[in-house]
Design a protein around this ligand. Structure first.
Ligand SMILES: NC(=O)C1=CN([C@@H]2O[C@H](COP(=O)(O)OP(=O)(O)OC[C@H]3O[C@@H](n4cnc5c(N)ncnc54)[C@H](OP(=O)(O)O)[C@@H]3O)[C@@H](O)[C@H]2O)C=CC1
Ligand SMILES: O=C1O[C@H](COP(=O)(O)O)[C@@H](O)[C@H](O)[C@H]1O
Length: 466
C-alpha cells in the first residue's frame, strides 16, 4: 500500500533552535507574516540552550521581524507573542524532553521543526521518541540532509527507525519559492511551452545561481561545505528536477515526488572532468576558513539526463559567491531554425530562449528573433510575475504553513535526496582543482571553456531594462 503523503494539520509547533541565525533571519518573520494573514492558529514552543525569559524571547522575535523589513503591527505581533513560550536546555539531555512532554501535555499533533546543527537531528528525534512524543507528530529537518551519499543514507536510516516517511519533512527553501512552484504549472498547463520542452527543440539548458556577496561571517560553517554541497546538491538539483521531470500523474505529493525521483535517477553521475571549481580572491582570509583551504566558492558543471526526453541535451549548472550580481535563473536555449535563404543577410538568427527568473523579481522571458532592416535583432516578451500575480508569500512562510497543514508536496523525499547525493558524489570523491577568480567576476575562465561547442553562458536577463 502506498504511504500516505499528507497528515492531519498540526496543533502545536515546536521549534528547536529558536535562538539561532535561521530563526532570526527567516522563521520569526515567516511566523509574523502567517499571523498577519490569519494562517497561524496554534501555540509555539521555542527550544534552545540559552536561558531566556519569555519576555526576552518575544523582544528578540520583535527585533528579528523588524530587521527582516516588516513594519510591525502591534495587534499582529501581540497575537504572535501570546503564542510563544520557551524551554531551555541541552537537547542531548533526556531531562529536556521530560519537561517538553509535560509542557505539551496529552493529545497533541505537534510539528517539531529542527533548525539545529545537523549533527543533532538524529539525537533529537531519538530523544523525542524515547519521551513518547512522536506518535502523532511530524518532524521537519533543515538542510543539509547528510554531507555525502553515505551519511545521507545513515541519517535517513536513523530517522526512519522511529519515524515513518510520511512523518518526515526535508526542508529545502528553494521548493518554497513561487517561481519554482510555478514551474509545474507553466510547463504543463501551456501547450506553447509543453510542445517544445524536449530534446527536439532544446539545444542546452543553463541554470545559474549567482550571489554578489561573499561568505562574510559564515566562514566556519561554509569552509567544510563549499558551493557544491551548499546549493547545488540541494537547491539547484531540485530545480533541475522540476524543469525536466515528466508530468505528475495526480495531485498528491507523491505523484510529484515520484516524477522528480524518476528524473533524478536518469541523471548521470557528474564527471569531474566536466566540472570547474573556483575560489574568490581573499576567501582564505575570512575568519573560520582554514589556511590554504581549497573549498570552492564557485562551481560550474555539466550534467546529462539519460532518458527519452533529454538524451543529448547538455545541462550546465553554475553557482558562486562574489559574482557580479545576485540572481537565479533557468534558461532553455532552443535549437536554430534552418537557414532562411529569402533574407538578404547571411547572419545567423540568434536562437530562441526561454528564461525563468527565480530571484530576485521572478518572471518569464521569451526571446525571439525579429528583423531590423537587413539584420536580426532579439525581441523580448517579458512577464514579471509580481505585476500579474501580486507579491508572493516568502519561501519560509509557505513552507511552515505547508508543514503545519500537513501538505508534503513542497518537501523533498528520501529517494530524491539520495539521488542528488549520488549525482554529485564523484565530485566529492575526486574534486577538480580549484581556480582562483576575481571578486565580482563570473568565476574562473575555465567555466566558459566547459561550454565549448555549445552556446556560451548567457548574459542574465536584466529586469531593470525590460
Ligand atoms: N542560517 C541560515 O541562513 C540557514 C541555516 N540553515 C540550516 O538551519 C539549521 C540551523 O542553522 P543556524 O540557525 O544558522 O544555526 P545557529 O548555530 O545559528 O543556531 C543553532 C541553534 O541551535 C541551538 N543549539 C545548538 N546546540 C544546542 C544544544 N546542544 N542544546 C540546545 N540548543 C542547541 C542554539 O541555541 P543557543 O543559541 O541557545 O546555543 C541555536 O538556537 C542548520 O541545519 C542550517 O544548515 C538552512 C538555511 C539557511
Ligand atoms: O541555502 C542557502 O541559500 C542561500 C541563498 O538563498 P536565497 O533564497 O537567499 O537565494 C545561500 O546564500 C546560502 O549560502 C545557502 O546556505
Amino acid at each position: 500500500m502506498p504511504a500516505p503523503v499528507s497528515s492531519d494539520p498540526a496543533d502545536l509547533l515546536v521549534i528547536f533552535g529558536i535562538t539561532g541565525d535561521l530563526a532570526h533571519k527567516m522563521t520569526y518573520r515567516a511566523l509574523y507574516r502567517l499571523e498577519r494573514r490569519g494562517l497561524l492558529d496554534c501555540p509555539i514552543i521555542g527550544v534552545a540552550a540559552d536561558e531566556l525569559s519569555e519576555g526576552e524571547l518575544a523582544e528578540s522575535a520583535r527585533a528579528a521581524i523588524a530587521a527582516g523589513g516588516e513594519t510591525i503591527e502591534e495587534s499582529v505581533f501581540g497575537r504572535l507573542a501570546k503564542r510563544l513560550t520557551y524551554l531551555h536546555g541541552d537537547v542531548t539531555d533526556a531531562e529536556v524532553y521530560r519537561r517538553l512532554a509535560k509542557k505539551i501535555g496529552r493529545n497533541h499533533r505537534p510539528l517539531f521543526y529542527l533548525e539545529m546543527p545537523p549533527a543533532l537531528f538524529g539525537p533529537i528525534v531519538e530523544r523525542l521518541d524515547e519521551a513518547g512524543l512522536l506518535a502523532q507528530a511530524t518532524v521537519a529537518v533543515e538542510k543539509p540532509f547528510g554531507h555525502d551519499l553515505a551519511s545521507a543514507r545513515d541519517l535517513n536510516a536513523r530517522l526512519r527507525k522511529v519515524l515513518r516517511e510520511d512523518q518526515l519533512l526535508r526542508v529545502d527553501h528553494f521548493l518554497g519559492k513561487e517561481p519554482v512552484i510555478e514551474l509545474e504549472y507553466l510547463r504543463f498547463a501551456n501547450l506553447a511551452l509543453a510542445k517544445i520542452w524536449d530534446r527536439d527543440s532544446v539545444a542546452a539548458i543553463q541554470i545559474t545561481m549567482a550571489e554578489d556577496f561573499g561568505v562574510q561571517d559564515r566562514g566556519a560553517f561554509y569552509d567544510p561545505v563549499g558551493a557544491l554541497r551548499d546549493v547545488v546538491q540541494n537547491h539547484l538539483l531540485q530545480v533541475l528536477a522540476l524543469v525536466t521531470m515528466e508530468p505528475p500523474s495526480g495531485p498528491g505529493a507523491d505523484d510529484l515526488r515520484d516524477k522528480k525521483a524518476e528524473l533524478l535517477k536518469a541523471v548521470r553521475a557528474a564527471d569531474p572532468k566536466r566540472c570547474v571549481r573556483g575560489q574568490y580572491e581573499g576567501y582564505t582570509d575570512i575568519p573560520g576558513v582554514a589556511k590554504g583551504s581549497s573549498t570552492e566558492t564557485f562551481i560550474a558543471l555539466r550534467l546529462e539526463i539519460d532518458n527519452w526526453r533529454w538524451a543529448g541535451v547538455p545541462i550546465f549548472l553554475r553557482a558562486g559567491k562574489e559574482l557580479p550580481e545576485r540572481l537565479t535563473e533557468v534558461r532553455l536555449l532552443l535549437r536554430h531554425t534552418p537557414p532562411l535563404t529569402f533574407l538578404p543577410s547571411a547572419a545567423q538568427v540568434e536562437q530562441n530562449q526561454i528564461v525563468l527568473r527565480i530571484d530576485p523579481d521572478p518572471g518569464l522571458r521569451l526571446q525571439l528573433a525579429g528583423r531590423n532592416d537587413h539584420s536580426w535583432r532579439s525581441l523580448h516578451l517579458d512577464d514579471r510575475f509580481a505585476q500579474d500575480l501580486g507579491e508572493p508569500a516568502e519561501p519560509y512562510e509557505r513552507l511552515l504553513h505547508a508543514a503545519l497543514t500537513g501538505d508534503h508536496q513542497l518537501f523533498a523525499r528520501e529517494d530524491g535526496v539520495e539521488e542528488t547525493w549520488r549525482i554529485v558524489q564523484p565530485l566529492l570523491d575526486e574534486p577538480p582543482k580549484v581556480h582562483s577568480y576575481k571578486r565580482r567576476s563570473w568565476g574562473p575562465a575555465a567555466a566558459s571553456r566547459l561550454l565549448r561547442g555549445h552556446p556560451r553562458w548567457q548574459e542574465p536577463w536584466d529586469v531593470e531594462k525590460s
